[in-house]
Design a protein around this ligand. Structure first.
Ligand code: FES
Length: 126
């Protein structure tokens, strides 16, 4: 299945304006991740940010299988090999570069990528 285009956060129910700081680069060591939650009224949007091989990746923190966040708690998203993102609910594994599920109940589906840019020492919404 083809990956959908990156999600513009201002188009979500939470309505995050372009230029919003998502995370500072200093808070993302190699193989480091961040679980970020935005709320607006009753709406909630959960993102995951992952640094992997020196690159940054931002996805909606929502597994395509059952819709749960990949992490049960905290900022850890990689499996024990540090090569795949793992969903803690049923163990699906995802390529951190593309968000493609490579093993598990949603094999062939993608995490929803988020549009962002890197500048001024941080990751910002587009
Ligand atoms: S909810 Fe992620 S594998 Fe089932």
């Amino acid at each position: 299945m083809r990956a959908p285009p990156p999600l513009a956060l201002e188009d979500t129910a939470v309505g995050i304006p372009p230029g919003t700081l998502l995370v500072k680069l200093d808070d993302l060591p190699e193989h480091g991740g961040k679980d970020i939650v935005f709320r607006e009224g009753t709406h909630r949007l959960q993102l995951l940010v992952q640094r992997f091989d020196g690159q940054f990746h931002v996805y909606e923190n929502r597994c395509p299988h059952a819709g749960t966040p990949l992490n049960l708690f905290g900022d850890r998203f990689l499996d024990t090999t540090n090569k795949r993102l793992i969903c803690r609910t049923h163990g699906a594994l995802f390529d951190p570069l593309t968000g493609l599920c490579v093993r598990g109940p949603c094999k062939g589906d993608h995490l929803r990528a988020v549009a962002f840019e890197v500048r001024d020492g941080g990751l910002y919404s587009l």
